[in-house]
Design a protein around this ligand. Structure first.
Ligand code: NDP
Length: 234
C-alpha cells in the first residue's frame, strides 16, 4: 500500500537516502528543500522549517497531491559549532529554532491529519551527540537531546490515538555536514567507533524505514542508535 510520506530536508544527505528508501518501497514521498534544484522523483516542496507560514503552505501542497501525511520524518537540521565562550546568542537560538522548534512546527502540523486518520508514524532524527555531549556543539547537542523528551512526551500524549513517535540517533555519517571535519578530526572520531568507520546514509534510512513499518507497530518512545557502537550505554 502506497503511503503519504514527508521527509524534511529530503533533498540531500541522510534525508535524501530516507526519501529514496520509501520511494523504492512504492510510497508517495514528499521532500522539503530550501534552495537550488531538488532531486527528481519526489514531490519537492520549498519550505524553511523556521517559518511557520512556509510549513503550513508545504502541508497544503502535499495534502492536495498526496493526501494527509501518514509518515513524517523530521530530518532537517543544522550545526553552528563554537566553544561556549565564543558562541553568540544567535548561534544558539538559530540551531534550536531549526532543530527543535522547526521539528515542533512540522510535527504539530502533521498531527492534525494523523489524529483524523487515527494513525500515524513520526520519526525524529536526533544524534549520538545529544546523549554523549560534544565539545564545541553545546547548541546542537542540546537541540538533539531535547528531541528525545519531545518524542517521549508525544508518545505518551498520542499513544491512545495510534500515533507512534520514535527517535533515530545516528553517529557519524558521510554527508555534507561531516565533510567540514579535518582528516585528523575524522580519524579521531573513527578511532572511538567500535565498527571503525562512518555510517552510510542508507544505514540510517534502514532504521527509519523499519520504525515506519508494520513490524514496528508496538514501538514508541524509543531511541534507536545507528552509530556503530559509539554511544553504547547512553
Ligand atoms: P546535511 O547538512 O547534508 O543536510 C541537512 C538538511 O537539512 C538539508 O536538506 C537542509 O536543506 C535541511 N535544512 C537545514 N536547515 C533547514 C531549515 N531551516 N528548513 C528546512 N530544511 C533545512 O545534513 P545530514 O544529511 O548529515 O543531516 C540530516 C540530519 O541528520 C540532521 O538533523 C543532522 O543533525 C542529523 N545527523 C547527522 C549526522 C551526520 O554525521 N551527518 C549525525 C547525526 C545526526 P538545504 O539543502 O535547503 O540546506
Amino acid at each position: 500500500m502506497s503511503r503519504s510520506v514527508l521527509v524534511t530536508g529530503g533533498n540531500r544527505g541522510i534525508g535524501l537516502a530516507i526519501a529514496r528508501a520509501f520511494a523504492d518501497a512504492g510510497d508517495k514521498v514528499a521532500i522539503t528543500y530550501r534552495s537550488g534544484e531538488p532531486p527528481a522523483g519526489f514531490l519537492a516542496v520549498k519550505c524553511d522549517i523556521t517559518d511557520a507560514e512556509q510549513v503550513e503552505q508545504a502541508y497544503k501542497e502535499i495534502e492536495e497531491r498526496h493526501g494527509p501525511v501518514e509518515i513524517l520524518i523530521a530530518n532537517a537540521g543544522v550545526t553552528k559549532d563554537q566553544l561556549l565562550m565564543r558562541m553568540s546568542e544567535e548561534d544558539f537560538t538559530s540551531v534550536i529554532d531549526t532543530n527543535l522548534t522547526g521539528t515542533f512546527r512540522v510535527v504539530k502540523r502533521a498531527n492534525r491529519g494523523m489524529l483524523r486518520a487515527k494513525k500515524g508514524r513520526v520519526v525524529l532524527i536526533s544524534s549520538v551527540v545529544g546523549l554523549l555531549g560534544s565539545a564545541g556543539q553545546a547548541n546542537y547537542a542540546a537541540s538533539k537531546a531535547a528531541l528525545v523528551g519531545f518524542a517521549r512526551s508525544l508518545a505518551r500524549e498520542l499513544g491512545s490515538r495510534n500515533i507512534t513517535f520514535n527517535v533515530v540517533a545516528p553517529g557519524f555519517v558521510d554527508t555534507d555536514m561531516t565533510k567540514a571535519l579535518t582528516d585528523e578530526q575524522r580519524a579521531g572520531i573513527v578511532s572511538q567507533v567500535p565498527l571503525g568507520r562512518y555510517a552510510e546514509p542508507e544505514e540510517v534510512a534502514a532504521a527509519v524505514k523499519f520504525l515506519a513499518s508494520d513490524d514496528a507497530s508496538y514501538i514508541t518512545g524509543a531511541v534507536i542508535p545507528v552509530d556503530g557502537g559509539l554511544g553504547m550505554g547512553h
